[in-house]
Design a protein around this ligand. Structure first.
Ligand code: HEC
Ligand code: HEC
Ligand code: HEC
Ligand code: HEC
Ligand code: HEC
Ligand code: HEC
Ligand code: HEC
Length: 422
C-alpha cells in the first residue's frame, strides 16, 4: 500500500521551500480556481456565518457529527450518451450520548437528514430518464440508486455510525446557482424530540473537464461524442450512437461494484494509464495540476483541506498518473493513509485501523476519524466556509474536534488517547 510520493520525508522537508497557504491560494487563483469566492458565494457565506452564531446547546445530552465518505463526489450531468459516475453521495453520522464517559449510539434514536438548499434533482440532470437503460432500474423521481432520496432517515451501518447511501444530490441549488458544497442538515430525535443537530457538506461536482482536450469549445454533447468516437476508433467498439453507455459495464469499477468484462482493464487503470502521457498539453495551457482536468475541474476545489493550505497537493499523496495507473494497485482500495506520513511525527498515535481506509476507520472512543477530522480532501481547518461549519458550531473554532467537552460532560482526568480503546 505504499504509493506515497514523499511519505515521511514530507514532514521533515524544509518548511521554507513549501509555499505558504497564501502563495498556494494565489497560485490557485492564477490557474483559474475560485478560492476568492464570486459575489454570490460571498453572500451565501455571510449568511452562513450569521447562522453559525447558533452554537450547539452546551448542555444537550447528545451530539451528532456528520461526514461524507468521499472528499468530492464526481458525477455526470448529461447521461444521454455516457455515464462515468451517477449521482451518489453517501452521508454518515455518528451519534454520541454525552456523559462523563460518552457513549456511541447506534440504536434507539431516529436520525434524519435533508439538504435545505437542494430539495430536487430531477429538474437539474436527466439521470432519471436514462437510469433504466444504464442501471436496469426504474427509479422514482429524486430517488437514488440505493433507494434514498434528498431527505429521509439514516440507518445504522453496524459500524457504530448511521448512513444514507447514494443520495442523488447535484451541484445546482434550487435557485439555479452552482454550489459544489451543499450542506446537509442532520437531526437526531429521541422519542419524537430533537436532541441534536449538525450540518455537514455533501460535496458534488459535474465539472469533469474532459472538454479541455476532447472537442474543446464545443457543446457537452459533442464532447461526449468525441470520447465515444475515439474509443470506437481505437478499440473496435461501437459505443457512439448505441444509446447511453455505462463505462463500468465493461471496465471494472469498485466505486459502482461492477466487475467488468474479463480481459478489459479497470476504469481507473484504463483512464490513468492511457492518459498518463497525454496531459502535457495541460501544462502548456498553463494548468499546473493535471489531476484537475478530470477531478473534477479547475473551478471546483476538490482538495480544500489543511494540506492544500500548506502546499501539499494530489501527487504528493497519490503519486502521478502512472503511479495511479500502476496495475499492482486496486483502485479505490489502495489509497494513501494519514499514518504513512504522520507516523513519523506522532509515534504514539494509532492512525488507520489495519487494512482499513481513513473513511472506514475509528479512533478515540470508537469515533470515526472523519467525524473529528472531516472527509478526506476536506480535513480541517479547510479553505471552504462550508466545510468548517460543523466544527465551529460544535466547539467555536474550525479544525479537528479537539474540545473534550463536545462529548465529555466534564473534563476527563486522563490524557487524550488518539487510538480506539477496545
Ligand atoms: C489532457 C487532455 C485530455 C483530457 C483532459 C482528457 N482526454 Fe481523453 N484523450 C486524450 C487524447 C490525446 C486521446 C487520444 C486521441 C486519439 O488519439 O484519437 C484521448 C482518448 C480518449 C479515449 C479513447 C480511448 C483511449 O485509447 O484512451 C477515451 C475513452 C477518453 N479519452 C476519455 C476521456 C474522458 C472520459 C475524459 C474526462 C474524464 C478525458 N478523456 C479527458 C486527451 C485527453
Ligand atoms: C463494450 C465494452 C466497453 C465499454 C462500454 C467501454 N469500454 Fe473502454 N475499452 C473497452 C475495451 C475492450 C478496451 C481495450 C482493452 C483494454 O484497454 O482493456 C477499452 C479501452 C479503453 C481505454 C484505453 C485503455 C488503455 O489502456 O489504452 C479507455 C481510456 C477507455 N476504454 C475508457 C472508457 C470509457 C471512459 C468508457 C465510457 C464512456 C468506456 N471505456 C466504455 C471496452 C469498453
Ligand atoms: C483524463 C482524466 C483523468 C485524469 C487526468 C486523472 N484522473 Fe483520476 N480518475 C479518472 C476517472 C474517470 C476516475 C473514476 C474511475 C472509477 O470510477 O473507477 C478516476 C479515479 C481516480 C481515483 C480513485 C480510483 C483509484 O484508482 O483508486 C484516484 C485515487 C485518482 N483518480 C487519482 C488521480 C490523480 C492523483 C490524478 C493526477 C495525477 C488523476 N487521478 C488524474 C480520470 C482521471
Ligand atoms: C494529504 C493527502 C492527500 C492529498 C493532497 C490528496 N488526496 Fe486524494 N485521497 C487521500 C486519501 C487518504 C484518500 C483515501 C480516503 C479514504 O478512502 O478513506 C484519498 C482518496 C482519493 C480518491 C478516491 C475517492 C475519494 O474521494 O475518497 C480520489 C479520486 C482522490 N483521492 C483524488 C485526489 C485528487 C485529484 C487530489 C488533488 C486535487 C487529491 N486526491 C489530493 C489523500 C490525499
Ligand atoms: C503525503 C504525506 C501526508 C499524508 C498522506 C497526510 N498528511 Fe497531513 N500533513 C502532512 C504535512 C507535510 C503537513 C504539514 C505539517 C506542518 O506544516 O508542519 C500535514 C498537516 C496536517 C494537519 C495539520 C497539523 C498541524 O500541526 O498543522 C492535519 C490535521 C493533518 N495533516 C491531518 C491528516 C489526515 C487526517 C490525513 C489522512 C486523511 C493526512 N493528514 C494525510 C503530510 C501528510
Ligand atoms: C475524538 C476526535 C478524534 C478522532 C476520532 C480522531 N482524531 Fe486524529 N486527531 C485528533 C486531535 C485532537 C488531534 C491533534 C492532536 C495533537 O495535535 O496532538 C489529531 C491529530 C491527528 C493527525 C495529525 C497528527 C500530527 O502529525 O499532528 C492525524 C494525521 C490524525 N489525527 C489522523 C486520525 C486518524 C487516521 C483517525 C482515525 C483512526 C483519527 N485521527 C481519529 C482528534 C481525533
Ligand atoms: C467526538 C467525541 C469525543 C471527544 C471530542 C473526546 N472524546 Fe474522549 N471519549 C469519547 C468516547 C465515545 C469515549 C469512550 C467512552 C467509553 O466507552 O468508555 C471516550 C473515552 C475517553 C477516555 C477513556 C476513559 C473513559 O472515560 O472511558 C478518556 C480519558 C478521554 N476520552 C479523554 C478525552 C480528552 C482528554 C478529550 C479532549 C482532548 C476527549 N476525550 C475528547 C468521545 C470523545
Amino acid at each position: 500500500m505504499s504509493l506515497i510520493g514523499v511519505s515521511g520525508t514530507a514532514l521533515g522537508a524544509d518548511p521554507a521551500s513549501e509555499p505558504t497557504g497564501k502563495q498556494a491560494a494565489e497560485a490557485y487563483r492564477q490557474i483559474g480556481g475560485f478560492l476568492q469566492p464570486p459575489p454570490r458565494r460571498q453572500q451565501q457565506q455571510q449568511q452562513q456565518q450569521q447562522q453559525q452564531q447558533q452554537l450547539q446547546p452546551v448542555n444537550s445530552s447528545y451530539v451528532v457529527l456528520g461526514f461524507n465518505d468521499l472528499g468530492m463526489h464526481c458525477m455526470n450531468q448529461d447521461f444521454s450518451q455516457l455515464c462515468i459516475l451517477p449521482p451518489y453521495n453517501s452521508l454518515h453520522a455518528q451519534v454520541i450520548r454525552r456523559g462523563r464517559e460518552p457513549r456511541v449510539v447506534s440504536s434507539g434514536v431516529t436520525v434524519r437528514y435533508r439538504i435545505p438548499s437542494n430539495t430536487t434533482s430531477v429538474t437539474k440532470t436527466n439521470f432519471w430518464q436514462f437510469a433504466p437503460q444504464l442501471f436496469g432500474v426504474n427509479l422514482l423521481p429524486d430517488v437514488g440508486l440505493a433507494g434514498n432520496g434528498l431527505e429521509g432517515v439514516m440507518t445504522p451501518t453496524g459500524d457504530n455510525d448511521w448512513a444514507a447511501i447514494g443520495i442523488p444530490v447535484t451541484p445546482i441549488d434550487d435557485n439555479g446557482f452552482l454550489n459544489p458544497y451543499p450542506l446537509a442538515k442532520i437531526q437526531v430525535e429521541s422519542q419524537g424530540v430533537a436532541v441534536a443537530t449538525t450540518r455537514a457538506v455533501v460535496p458534488v461536482s459535474w465539472e469533469i473537464s474532459c472538454n479541455l482536450c476532447h472537442a474543446p469549445g464545443a457543446t457537452n454533447a459533442m464532447v461526449d461524442a468525441d470520447i465515444l468516437q475515439r474509443h470506437d476508433q481505437k478499440h473496435g467498439t461501437q459505443l457512439l450512437g448505441s444509446g447511453s453507455v455505462l463505462c463500468a459495464s465493461c471496465h471494472a469499477d469498485p466505486a459502482l461494484g461492477t466487475v467488468g468484462v474479463p480481459g478489459v482493464s479497470s476504469l481507473s487503470h484504463a483512464m490513468h494509464g492511457s492518459h498518463a502521457d497525454r496531459v502535457q498539453p495541460l501544462a502548456d495551457m498553463g494548468y499546473v495540476n493535471a489531476c484537475y482536468a478530470c477531478h473534477p475541474g479547475f473551478k471546483t476545489n476538490c482538495q480544500r483541506d489543511v494540506h492544500f493550505a500548506k502546499g501539499i497537493y494530489c501527487t504528493q499523496c497519490h503519486g502521478d498518473m502512472a503511479a495511479v495507473a500502476n496495475p499492482a494497485r486496486t483502485p479505490w482500495i489502495d489509497e494513501p493513509t494519514c499514518g504513512s506520513c504522520h507516523a513519523a511525527r506522532q509515534h504514539e498515535f494509532d492512525f488507520e485501523e489495519p487494512g482499513k481506509l481513513f473513511k472506514e476507520s475509528r479512533g478515540h472512543g470508537n469515533v470515526h476519524c472523519a467525524a473529528c477530522h472531516g472527509s478526506p480532501h476536506a480535513v480541517g481547518p479547510a479553505l471552504t466556509v462550508e466545510d468548517n461549519i460543523q466544527a465551529i458550531e460544535h466547539q467555536g473554532y474550525a479544525g479537528v474536534i479537539s474540545k473534550c467537552t463536545v462529548c465529555h460532560t466534564s473534563m476527563p482526568n486522563e490524557t487524550f488517547e488518539h487510538k480506539r480503546d477496545d
